[in-house]
Design a protein around this ligand. Structure first.
Ligand code: DC
Length: 219
């Protein structure tokens, strides 16, 4: 088994920014599992499936082949062979990912892919259930969180920078709703693993969080 660092937490806590930096500093592979759920959501949207159509999701998801690769040091997600990185970072896809990710067939498929990736490599993997379910034996587990308002402000700035029209109140409402959906679902809900270290990033800089987590690796 490689050295595995698992980072879980709600949307907007800074997981991907921090996981990427840790991976770079330690020379590990960064695995963004949310991107896999987003690619699956994009597939379902393209199939004109609605978030509430759970039976159709259960069947159709079998037709999506999701894999990942690395181009110029960045993770690329492929959906049936197509690089879909440019399509998965929208609110629509995020909401569909949250709605479809509780589906057992969706999870079984993506968890298997994630476990294979971590089996022989040193990885920093982020998501919702990495410490609790995907990599229960990870050497380092972190539950990274922040205030919902702080997280909404971060998303707001990101979207503004991309030139997307958005409203802070709506984003915060979406974040709270998504947290609720992710934390109350039956299968692999978002929660802190018993042996995970809680890190609140609300009033820490990115580098402070990175150093704190690297400090947990004990080398
Ligand atoms: O981290 P993100 O916003 O890209 O994730 C999108 C959705 O995917 C999120 O609402 C919950 C789901 N997800 C999950 O269920 N399990 C994971 N390991 C990662 C993401």
């Amino acid at each position: 088994m490689g050295y595995n660092i698992a980072i879980d937490g709600p949307a907007g806590a800074g997981k991907s920014t921090i996981a990427k930096k840790i991976a770079k500093k330690k020379g590990y592979i960064y695995v963004d599992t949310g991107a896999m759920y987003r690619a699956m959501a994009l597939f379902l949207i393209r199939e004109h499936i609605k978030p509430e159509e759970t039976e159709r999701i259960n069947e159709k998801c079998k037709e999506a082949d999701i894999s990942i690769g690395y181009e110029n040091g960045e993770q690329v997600v492929y959906l049936n062979g197509e690089n879909v990185n440019g399509y998965i970072r929208t609110e629509e896809v995020g909401n569909m990912a949250s709605a479809s990710s509780p589906n057992p067939n969706v999870r079984a498929k993506l968890v298997e892919l994630q476990q294979k990736l971590a089996a022989d490599a040193d990885v920093v993997m982020d998501g919702r259930d990495i410490g609790t379910c995907v990599l229960p034996d990870a050497q380092v587990k972190v539950y990274l969180t922040a205030d919902s308002r702080v997280r909404a402000e971060r998303r707001y700035k990101e979207l503004l920078a991309k030139g997307e029209n958005c409203d802070l109140e709506v984003i915060e409402k979406d974040i709270i709703e998504r947290d609720h959906q992710d934390m109350t679902r039956e299968i692999s809900p978002l929660m802190q693993a018993e042996d995970a270290v809680l890190v609140d990033s609300s009033y820490l800089t990115i580098d402070e969080v990175v150093d704190k987590i690297i400090g947990l690796c004990g080398d």
